[in-house]
Design a protein around this ligand. Structure first.
Ligand code: COA
Length: 383
């Protein structure tokens, strides 16, 4: 029995709610086991499993990037939502491993999808990024400023790892997850969130760039981490922010059917579960197969929780992320997905296929036109 402190979940004065209506994930095919890792750095399968719960992770090929993985996850999310890319108003990609500083990964994905009516930007909040991005999208929807948004968490952590540092490289993996979030007049969806950061801990977990003022002995474009400090920080903020966000939503922690946490370390989850006096089965965990995929870990875990029927209509769930910044974020969602119209779904599937085909050709023709223009420019008389 759900115990709303004020009788009902928060009511939106304008009657607009933001509900998740589609989800998808994509991971590279290549599986790197702990035994393979022990050929790269001095470690063992037993140590990694005992200290982290991780057994294997996915590693991107040369042809894959945060943009391509994010795109694949986005296509699946649009299929589930049963909408066309032109229905999107906004695309937010949470990532710390973009292909470029700019253009944003969101712009690349917007182009590949043909989401020509959508704005797009990348959001940098490390492993908390997906919850931050989902909150930004939900706020825009609830304010009435947009109707439909695509929120992606996508990472190729393997590209920024220091493969000589055994205390970090064993933890991370690559992948992407995405959700479509849409306006609804049905109460529920994203109910509350808590976004926090503490820049005093900025040197505990970082990837310095060439622009960093001082780097100490740290390598440029390679991650470093003070593992035990981050461990203590994580166990403190996860339960604190879960308490705060459930209180804001007018429910108690016990009302949560499932908590989908950032997948960093199984021991962090065990410590938090003990503090909150919850069974471990209330926490979604798949880090044994993917490791820590940073901003992608929560949407990937959410997708697998849905596939495994761990979430039903009207259930209260929480997402909670933490990481570099230091940053952390928690959110309560009342789950509720509109009934699927099978006939319309089949029709829209055909429309999407034709649309992606058209978009692919249009992009090629535009690029081709541009190179022909550039070429012929040389022979045009100067004004
Ligand atoms: N294999 C074998 N030994 C390892 C090792 C590895 N992969 N990594 C570290 N060690 C060794 C250390 O060198 C150290 O040896 P020493 O005692 O001889 O100096 C020993 O194990 C203990 O190191 P420590 O760093 O105290 O280990 P730990 O129990 O704290 O575990 C982490 C290390 C990184 C697994 C743990 O601190 C952690 O998970 N922290 C949180 C990280 C996290 O969640 N980051 C992401 C946030 S988004």
């Amino acid at each position: 029995m759900v115990t709303h402190k004020n009788g009902t979940p928060p009511i939106q004065p304008n009657g607009i709610y933001a509900r998740i209506v589609g989800w998808g994930m994509a991971v590279p095919d290549y599986v790197m086991t702990n035994d393979e890792m022990s050929a790269i750095v001095e470690t063992t399968d037993a140590w990694i499993q005992e200290r982290t719960g991780i057994k294997e992770r996915r590693i991107a090929s040369d042809k894959e990037s945060s943009a391509t993985l994010g795109y694949r996850a986005a296509r699946r999310a649009l299929d589930v939502a049963n909408i066309l890319p032109i229905d999107l108003d906004l695309i937010i990609v949470a990532t710390s491993t973009p292909e470029h500083i700019f253009p944003a990964t969101a712009s690349l994905i917007q182009d590949w999808l043909g989401a020509s009516r959508a704005g797009g930007f990348d959001l940098s909040a490390a492993c908390s990024g997906f919850v931050y991005a989902l909150d930004m999208a939900a706020q825009s929807i609830r304010s009435g400023s947009i109707r439909t948004a695509l929120v992606i968490g996508s990472e190729t952590m393997s590209r920024v790892l220091d493969w000589t540092d055994r205390s970090t490289c064993i933890l991370f993996g690559d992948g992407a997850g995405a959700v479509v979030i849409q306006a609804s007049d049905q109460p529920g969806g994203v109910l509350s969130s808590v976004l926090r950061s503490d820049g005093a801990g900025c040197d505990l977990l970082a990837i310095p760039t060439e622009n960093a003022r001082e780097n100490g002995e740290h390598k440029v474009n390679r991650m470093y981490m003070a593992g035990s400090e981050v461990f203590k920080f994580a166990t403190r903020v996860v339960d604190e922010s879960l308490r705060q966000t459930t209180e804001k939503a007018g429910i108690s922690i016990e009302d949560l059917k499932l908590i989908v946490p950032h997948q960093a370390n199984q021991r962090i989850l065990a410590t938090v579960a003990k503090k909150l006096r919850l069974d471990m089965d209330r926490f979604m965990s798949n880090m044994d197969r993917y490791g820590n995929t940073s901003a992608a870990s929560i949407p990937i875990a959410l997708c697998e929780a849905i596939e495994q029927n761990k979430i039903q209509q009207n259930d209260y769930i929480a997402l909670v992320g933490f990481g570099g910044g230091l940053s952390w974020a928690a959110m309560v969602i009342q789950w509720g997905v509109p009934q699927r119209d099978e006939q319309r779904s089949r029709l829209n599937e055909q429309r999407r296929k034709a649309f992606y085909w058209f978009v692919w050709w249009r992009r090629r023709v535009l690029r081709w036109q541009r190179s022909v223009n550039n070429f012929t420019k040389r022979f045009r008389p100067k004004q």
